[in-house]
Design a protein around this ligand. Sequence first.
Ligand code: FES
Ligand code: FES
Length: 164
Amino acid sequence: MNVIVVNGKEYEIRPEHESLTLLQFLREELHLTGTKNGCAEGTCGACTVLVDQKAVRSCRFKLAKAAGAEVLTVEGLIREDGSLHPVQQAFIDAGAVQCGFCTPGMIMSALDLLYKNPEPDRESIRKALRGNLCRCTGYQSIVDAVELASKRMMTAHITHQYGQ
Ligand code: FES
Ligand code: FES
């Protein structure tokens, strides 16, 4: 039996799912609609999720390829007590959320960066988020948000995947 773990829960990949993309599976089968479908062709980054802690564009990622993997979506960042992950909170505090469409993908790309490089400089943040498009913010506040998240996570010694 093929399984996939999404936000800590295990799901079966049934034969009828095998032609789906990971994005279709998340949104249409699991109803995890936090992950957005912007372009469906790999160019906007709105569908970014983490697969085994690496950022992928779920619109171009075949579900079958994710069998046995651990997937983290923006819904999986909320802690049990309902509080937000430091990266989510930093996006709000830095004013990096306007329409919010790009935000889940930006946050997942930011997490990918922070796992690899917990204290990135602004240039590294810009580089890491280059593939995530935002029509609203002009990007400055998004870079501010990732910098703020990095500082807070370093202070709180948070490096774990779920930010606990
Ligand atoms: S929806 Fe996947 S990159 Fe745009
Ligand atoms: S906040 Fe609107 S697209 Fe980024």
